[in-house]
Design a binder for this molecule. Structure first.
Ligand code: TPP
Ligand code: MG
Length: 702
């Protein structure tokens, strides 16, 4: 028997019949006498109908355009219009936030997106206001309407929306964050992570599951334990639930109103499950007659929210069939006109492809305007001081992650004293969930915060990789510069510490493959402090890789730079000049290169060492300049040689300075094995001084 959540009753007593229904999550109509169309004025009801029909007609029109070989793809909201209209009618524009999903056309229209914009987007035109032709159809967004640029990744919306809710609460601002999804999306881990964090912090988040009973071809009964996302969420203390027939406008309106009231009274998040129908195939690339029985398709048509509303409008005395016919005729005509106009608009200029991968404006920062001359400091303390100074400078800088607060101050003490100095509002522990840490940072960033989050070990960044790849790194580009999500993701990385397989990984090559991301890796205290401060003042998502081995190494100590000292991102540093051989390296291996250079110097060879400092964007110019001078080059790093970042450096040198080379580019790097624990095995897996020396001699003798 289905358990009733006491909270659910508190939210919407009128929905109890449904929630306590023994129908195991399948929708039972609300008591119809309680909420009917007569609760709306005639104008309100007819305007809702107009928007819902516009959404429907746009779906039809876009499918027609596809048949005419205009446009490339369509995914429709037909059958979902009522719940979306109910939401759209109640969103406080400019105050609330919406993290929509791809079926949210009607909601987007109700919030203020126009058919013209939808059509420009559908046809991927230059003036597509959502992405300039970069994203697939149905990725609506708007800066002024607070509709966040979505990603096609199912589930990617939950944690940014939770971050928005957390940020709204943090700022003590009114409003809520809506997040939409389908029934299938509730199988994603990020759904549960989002419910957990939003519930933990009583964040004002409205989760709306538009349950059309199917995810492409998989029925919800095969998708979800118990066949219902509503039941599934029962265990989250602090979460309220409502279930409603999402094909009925008035009932949906009442459910949304109850949810909003609960949230805006500060009682925490609500999950609203709205039962809808999917009247179209999953998308224009799908033919659902192959997997959906005819009887089901016919039954779904009977629950068409628009037909249903038409009947109700007539029953309420708000319209006649003739009036509805005229409304539809006018909308059809308007949409035809807009589509005709949109089709004639220019396509994007291919040159525009490269714009807005990263922030392309001027940050207005002054770099290296003093010489570090404070007392000597180790890397981890320099990082801690950079955080303290930046948090004192800008109240929007917040720090969170696992174990970062209170007495622990991070497992490496990089966040020591921050929660004591700035309070738990500014430095707090996250749940132990890396995807959550990165996903919520998007939401904080949207509200003007500068999240500086910590991933405890590089080896555990992988749960967050979906968020980094499909949400964070493409945020600016995919919205054609409409949105940005600057953040700093600090990650202790690297080996030489007997960390074994899961505390030694080098991750830079993976992330160097992601346009839209900046990847920084300092090798000494002054650079660590200066680069971190620059990263915090930048406008891109930045992976700040901190080598664990260097945290307290005396060799990596430097005089501490002052609080205005900033190091430019994307600029390599010539550690020492030389004329016979260049070693291009970064991180912990800078010091091994220095050891070898000293040994070679005794034999009369002068070595130039370049610490690239930033992996992405890579400063090829400094490297090429050096190679042109020394004519011999070694690329040295501790990550696997195979497909390591050295492969890219070597390729660039070979392509761009081949004529200057007196020997093939030599790579010295880690073995293509996981990281071992034993001292003997670890030494065998990572470059040692002797390996570097031998490679240098080979190069010099060539
Ligand atoms: C992470 C991820 N996996 C797979 C897909 C491909 N995909 C797109 S929509 C979809 C089904 C989603 O179903 P549901 O959440 O029920 O939403 P609906 O489409 O029914 O509204 C799938 C598998 C994707 N976009 N993202
Ligand atoms: Mg579905």
């Amino acid at each position: 028997m289905l358990q009733t959540s006491p909270l659910a009753m508190e939210v919407a007593p009128e929905l109890q019949t449904q929630i306590t229904s023994p129908t195991r999550g399948h929708c039972v109509d609300l008591a119809p006498e309680m909420v009917t169309l007569n609760n709306f004025s005639k104008d309100t009801a007819l305007n809702a109908y107009r928007t819902m029909y516009t959404a429907r007609r746009l779906d039809e029109k876009m499918l027609m355009l596809l048949k005419q070989n205009k446009g490339f793809f369509h995914i429709g909201g037909a059958g979902h219009e009522a719940i979306q209209m109910a939401l759209g009618m109640q969103m406080e524009i400019g105050q609330d936030w919406a993290h929509i999903y791809y079926r949210d056309l009607c909601l987007s229209l109700a919030m203020g997106i126009t058919p013209r914009e939808v059509l420009l987007h559908h046809l991927a035109k230059a003036d597509d206001p959502f992405s300039g032709g970069r994203q697939m159809s149905e990725h609506f967004c708007s800066k002024t309407l607070n509709i966040v640029v979505p990603s096609a990744e199912v589930g990617s919306q939950f944690l940014p929306a939770t971050g928005l809710g957390l940020a709204l609460k943090h700022k003590k601002e009114k409003g809520l964050a809506y997040v939409g999804c389908g029934d299938g999306a509730t199988s994603q881990g990020s759904f549960f992570e989002a419910l957990n964090w939003a519930s933990r912090d009583k964040a004002p988040v409205l989760f709306v599951v538009q349950d059309n009973g199917i995810a492409i071809s998989v029925p919800v009964s095969d998708q979800t334990a118990g066949g219902s996302a509503f039941k599934l969420a029962a265990g989250f203390e602090g979460l309220a639930r409502i279930e409603v027939d999402g094909t009925d406008l008035a009932k949906s309106y009442a459910a949304v109103a109850a949810a909003r009231k609960h949230i805006l009274e500060g009682k925490g998040p609500v999950m609203l499950v709205a039962h809808t129908v999917r009247l179209l195939p999953h998308s224009s690339s799908d033919n659902h007659t192959k997997y959906r029985p005819k009887a089901i398709l016919e039954a779904e048509k009977k629950r068409d929210p628009i037909t249903r509303l038409e009947i109700q409008l007539i029953e309420a005395g708000y319209a006649t069939e003739d009036i509805l016919h005229d409304i539809k005729k006018q909308i059809n005509k308007d949409i035809d006109h807009e589509a005709h106009w949109a089709a004639k608009q220019p396509d994007p200029d291919p040159v525009s492809l490269n714009s807005h991968v990263l922030f392309d404006g001027d940050l207005g920062l002054e770099y290296e305007n003093s010489v570090p001359n404070g007392p000597d400091i180790v890397v981890v303390d320099a990082i801690n001081n950079a955080l303290k100074e930046e948090m004192a400078r800008d109240k929007n800088v917040i720090v969170y992650g696992e174990d970062v607060a209170d007495g622990k101050g991070g497992v490496f003490t990089a966040t020591r004293e921050l929660s004591k100095m700035f309070g738990h509002d500014r430095c707090f522990n996250s749940p132990l969930a890396e995807n959550s840490i990165i996903g919520t940072a998007v939401g904080f960033s949207l509200l003007g915060y500068k999240p500086v989050v910590e991933i405890q070990f590089a080896d555990y960044v992988w749960p967050g990789i979906q968020a980094i790849r499909n949400m964070v790194s493409t945020f600016r580009w995919r919205s054609n510069n409409l949105f940005e999500c600057p953040m700093v993701i600090r990650i202790p990385t690297g080996g030489y510490i007997h960390g074994g397989l899961c505390h030694s990984q080098n991750i830079e090559a993976f992330f160097a493959h992601m346009p839209g991301l900046v990847v920084v890796m300092p090798s000494n205290a002054a650079d660590a402090k200066g680069l971190l401060k620059t990263a915090i003042r930048s406008k891109d998502p930045i992976l700040f890789l901190e080598h664990k081995f260097l945290y307290r190494q005396p060799v990596a100590k430097t005089p501490e730079p002052d609080e205005n000292y900033l190091v430019p991102i994307g600029k390599a540093k010539v550690i020492q000049e030389g004329k016979d051989l260049t070693i291009v390296t970064y991180g912990a291996l800078v010091y091994k290169a220095m050891n070898v250079a000293r040994a070679l110097e005794k034999q009369g060879t002068s070595v130039e060492i370049i610490d690239i400092r930033t992996i992405l964007p890579f400063d090829a110019e400094t490297v090429l300049e050096s190679v042109k001078k020394t004519n011999r080059v070694m690329v040295l790093h501790e990550d696997h040689e195979f497909m390591g970042f050295g492969a890219e450096i070597s390729a660039q040198i070979t392509q761009r300075a081949f004529r200057y080379l007196d020997a093939p580019v030599k790579r010295v790097a880690g073995t293509f094995t996981p990281s071992p624990f034993s001292d003997v095995l670890e030494k065998a897996s990572l470059p040692q001084d002797q390996d570097i020396l031998e490679a240098a001699k080979e190069l010099l003798a060539f």
